[in-house]
Design a protein around this ligand. Structure first.
Ligand code: RB5
Length: 145
């Protein structure tokens, strides 16, 4: 599985640790940055990650910022993106089961690395349930007719 990953300066250390963790498990990672503590604007990496997921260049995505909020808001501007903000494995599981989230967003400033790996492992291994949830997902996109 090919995973796109992005963060702003608030999440870059957590991102680097998670990349190493996931590579060790055999996942292929595509890093969209940022890769330093220098202050930057999260939309500059969120939009390229969203486009890669929408285009199928990667199978899914993971994103960090301090709270996760800015990343989630930006990613969800894309009609093909369902970015789920998760701070707990149970929420991560439901973003997959019920919302078919294609990008996992986490708040780097509020989580330990152990919590991040638990959330990520759960998210990556949980399938979408389909059924009534598919009907709801089909109603998400906004058309500009
Ligand atoms: C950066 O200081 C912070 O605002 C950003 O990481 C994020 O939390 C925004 O939503």
């Amino acid at each position: 599985m090919k995973i796109g990953i992005a963060s702003d300066h608030a999440g870059f250390e957590m991102k680097a640790r998670l990349i190493a963790y996931l590579q060790e498990k055999g996942f292929e990672l595509v890093n969209f940055g940022t890769d330093s503590a220098e202050s930057m604007d999260y939309p500059d990496v969120a939009h390229p990650l969203a486009l890669a997921v929408e285009n199928g260049d990667v199978d899914c995505g993971i994103a960090f910022c301090g709270t996760g909020e800015g990343m989630a808001m930006t990613l969800n501007k894309h009609q093909g993106i369902r970015a789920g903000l998760a701070w707990d494995p149970a929420i991560a599981e439901l973003t997959r089961r019920h919302n078919d989230a294609n990008i996992l967003v986490m708040p780097a400033r509020f989580l330990s690395f152990e919590k991040v790996t638990a959330i990520t492992d759960t998210w990556l291994s949980t399938p979408f349930e389909g059924g009534r949830h598919q009907r709801r997902i089909d109603k998400m996109p906004v058309s500009r007719g």
